[in-house]
Ligand binder design. Structure first.
Ligand code: GAR
Length: 189
């Protein structure tokens, strides 16, 4: 099964998926990494592991759909079965969602439906909740709202700083995301 992983930044989830695949724990391969940010550290990870990169600036296009049309064309030409959003900080349009309906996964650093949006860890920390978490869900037209595949709670500890909480949430993400990918692939194939 060919995966395309989409990244905008650091790419630690991308790395976690690469590592699980290297241990042959997942019957899939990352055929492409799609990136919207030339400064993303994820590009270095792709290079290190010999993963082909599609780096296209959304700013070159007159609208989001025109940008996505080019990407969908590339994905189809490479026989991509699943799209894995790993810190891809762009909202996909209904056009893209339709092209890969039920086959786009996203990881979100909160226990959805709580704390949707781009700053979920900080928002949960500032709200002083006792528990937050990580969610992997299927992407639909509605932001951070598609069917949930896997979720795990993370307790906010008394002495937590935003940084220490982030660290624990990321560690949970790195095990939960590969599990969720496995679950979706076995369900769909
Ligand atoms: C992850 O924590 C992911 O859950 C979050 O961005 C981070 C990317 O880290 N995604 C969102 O907030 C999406 N709304 P990474 O680049 O190191 O994988």
């Amino acid at each position: 099964m060919n995966l395309a992983v989409f990244c905008s930044g650091f790419g630690s989830n991308f790395q976690a998926i690469i590592d699980v695949l290297a241990r042959k724990k997942l019957d899939a391969r990352i055929a492409l990494m799609v990136c919207d940010n030339p400064k993303a550290f994820a590009l270095k990870r792709a290079h290190r592991h010999g993963i082909p990169v599609v780096l296209i600036s959304p700013g070159l296009f007159e609208n989001r759909q025109a940008y996505e049309k080019v990407i969908v064309g590339i994905l189809k030409s490479q026989d991509i079965g699943f799209v894995v959003l790993a810190g891809f900080m762009r909202i996909l349009t209904p056009y893209f969602v339709k092209a890969y309906r039920g086959r786009i996964l996203n990881i979100h650093p909160s226990y959805l439906p709580s704390f949707k949006g781009a700053h979920a860890i900080r928002d949960a920390f500032e709200a002083k909740v006792k528990t937050t978490g990580v969610t992997v869900h299927i992407v639909t037209e509605k932001l951070d709202s598609g069917p949930i595949l896997l979720q795990k709670k993370v307790n906010v500890l008394k002495n937590d700083t935003l940084e220490s909480l982030e660290k624990r949430i990321h560690a949970v993400e790195h095990t939960l995301y590969p599990q969720a990918i496995k679950k979706l692939i076995s369900r769909k194939s």
